[in-house]
Design a protein around this ligand. Sequence first.
Ligand code: DC
Length: 219
Amino acid sequence: MKINIAIDGPSAAGKSTIAKILAEKLHYAHLDTGAMYRCAAYHALHSGVNMSDEDALANMIRDMEIRFDPHGNVFVNDLDVTKQIRTNDISMHASNVSTYPKVRQELVAMQQEIAKNKGYIMDGRDIGTVVLPDAELKIYMVASTEARAQRRYKEYIEKNIVAQYDEIYRDIEKRDYQDSHRAASPLRKADDAVEIDTSNMTIDEVVEKISGLLDTIHR
Ligand code: DC
């Protein structure tokens, strides 16, 4: 029987990379919930919605369509925004809009609806604590700020996105603070989550570690 797996942690800890690989290996679906907050920020920016107006943002989300294709591409109302939502600018705007309870309420409802039939690996900040409190396996993935900034920098360069290491480092610190200090569902390790520090681990080692944890669960 399929289960749901929650992976939470600060930005650039490796959540999405690991979730994607695990999903392929287990024939599960992957939902990158951060991409949904990014889509909300992107759409607000490009449709002139005031990003300080909580109600306007919530209404906008209710009226927009966020869609993922099987290759991991992301669409807002049929517009491919896969690359556009990964800029440093959108990262910060996404963190800002994610502080609003009404924005979270809309996106969390969508996420819960998607995962109700199990078989999902969902990554984000509040999956184990709020979105899927009953997930059978919860991982809390962390890594040092240096390791995370290095990874993000490399990722940007590989994707031909203009990037500066110092700026990425500062933005990660800023987002860490904001994501873990906001009043509405801040980033927090669920009591029953397993913490994995990926600073000095390869991707394969992290996948192996989680696969080992899965083997201990009766499925
Ligand atoms: O995972 P990410 O860096 O793509 O997420 C972008 C922002 O969205 C992040 O700074 C905080 C917010 N977020 C959130 O509040 N809750 C989630 N479940 C996922 C992301």
